[in-house]
Design a protein around this ligand. Structure first.
Ligand code: G1P
Length: 278
């Protein structure tokens, strides 16, 4: 249904300095698997097998991760350690990976617009790898593809946040359409609690229709002087339709130290009970 997924990975990860001085924040491991691999796996499970990265300087480790490592693989061939590569090998056999660079950090909207060259004229998923999502019955992107099948419009993953946290997220105003599904009237990027239209926050999962590129091309900078995807979606919501989907599952905000540690503890425990990292 949706074949491509875009991963904006050019950001600096300043909250994790000095770890992210020379290493992409997306390569930080949650136990033994880098954050980015969780996101790519979720995309693959949702049927998105063409993985597109909007990358930047000092992010080459991501490209190397989704490629063969001949010497190492030769060395561990036939040993117990080989088992640790099973998942990434499966990803590499199933998906293709392409890359383009965002030359200047001008915001998430600009990163997504930069990805047009890899996406073209078709609907696509967007995953912000910092948000590590665990779906209840199905992965979160799979849940969103199911909604897309019915409505064929842009969809943002949403969850309720504490009122004092609205300033960290894009926040939607909308009307309930079905259980867990909202028709978006408006959205605001990082409003103060006193100005937030609700406490329904956009999390790092989107399905976008390709007309978003047209909107992004002429969009003026918004919050923090950056091109905001939230502003582009706001225009789409006014011109046609955008949905907010309150996913079933749990999100770890691995862009924060607290969330990163919570995810690490969770996956470490799960590993202990199942004998692998899941
Ligand atoms: C971005 C978006 C924001 C969204 C958030 C989800 O913000 O601009 O609307 O709520 O991702 O993680 P960032 O966290 O990149 O500042």
């Amino acid at each position: 249904m949706i074949n491509k997924c875009l991963f904006p990975v050019a950001g600096y990860g300043t909250r994790f300095l000095p770890s992210t001085k020379a290493m992409p924040k997306e390569m930080l491991p949650i136990v033994n698997k880098p954050l980015i691999q969780y996101g790519v796996q979720e995309a693959m499970e949702a049927g998105m097998r063409q993985i597109a990265f909007v990358t930047g300087r000092s992010k080459r480790a991501i490209e190397d991760h989704f490629d063969r490592t001949y010497e190492l693989e030769d060395q561990i061939s036939g040993t117990k350690a080989e088992h640790n590569l099973a998942e990434i090998r499966h990803l590499m056999q199933t998906c293709t990976f392409s890359y383009t660079r965002q030359v200047q950090m001008k915001g998430l909207g600009d990163a997504i617009r930069t990805g047009e060259t890899l996406i073209g004229n078709q609907p696509f998923g967007v995953v912000l790898a910092d948000d590590l999502c665990l779906g209840d019955d199905q992965p979160v992107l799979t849940q969103m593809v199911n909604i897309y099948r019915k409505y064929q419009c842009s969809i943002v993953g949403i969850e309720e946040v504490a009122h004092e946290d609205t300033e960290k997220y894009g926040i939607i105003a909308g009307k309930a359409l079905e259980e867990r599904l909202f028709m978006v009237d408006a959205m605001v990027e990082k409003p103060a609690a006193s100005e937030a239209p609700s406490n329904l926050a956009i999390i790092g999962r989107y399905i976008l229709t390709p007309d978003i590129f047209e909107v992004l091309r002429t969009l003026p900078p918004g919050r923090n002087g950056e091109i905001q995807i939230t502003d582009a979606l706001n225009i789409q919501a006014k011109n046609k339709m955008v949905l907010g989907y309150q996913f079933k599952g749990h999100r770890f905000d691995c862009g924060s130290l607290d969330g990163f540690v919570a995810a690490t503890n969770y996956f470490f425990q799960r590993m202990g009970s199942s004998g692998n990292g899941g």
